[in-house]
Ligand binder design. Structure first.
Ligand code: CA
Length: 123
């Protein structure tokens, strides 16, 4: 009986370790209060983080964006969603819109299209 309990304990420890690993692998590295954009999928490549709007993404990010994370501060009436636009100066279509806390490792429709973004109260 003692041996069975020891085995069960080991099994629980293993399950816990797997859970921690998968959570870490999915969490994007992006400071609280910021919207982060990466040039590659799965939060890789070059990163630019923004606490405010940017209506003119620089050439090394414009049409290079492949993953996104909204770690903005949320609250009643706070513009906590992020809209990414096809063109600079918030022109053209919204390629992707992120709710507060949302992380997108890849999106085929939005990939390599964004050129500006703004914080908004909704999508
Ligand atoms: Ca890219």
């Amino acid at each position: 009986m003692k041996r069975l309990i020891a085995l069960l304990g080991a099994g629980l420890l293993t399950a816990g370790a797997v859970l921690v690993t998968s959570v870490n692998a999915q969490a994007a590295e992006c400071r609280s209060g910021y919207f982060c954009v990466w040039t590659h999928a799965n939060f890789d490549g070059m990163k630019i983080d923004h606490s405010g709007d940017d209506r003119w993404w620089e050439g090394n990010m414009s049409n290079q964006d492949s993953s996104w994370a909204n770690h903005g501060t949320s609250g009643p009436g706070v513009p906590d969603h992020v809209k990414v636009y096809d063109g600079r100066e918030l022109l053209g279509a919204v390629t992707i819109c992120l709710a507060p806390g949302q992380e997108v490792g890849y999106n085929a429709g939005a990939n390599d299209r964004g050129s500006s973004h703004t914080w908004s109260v909704r999508c």
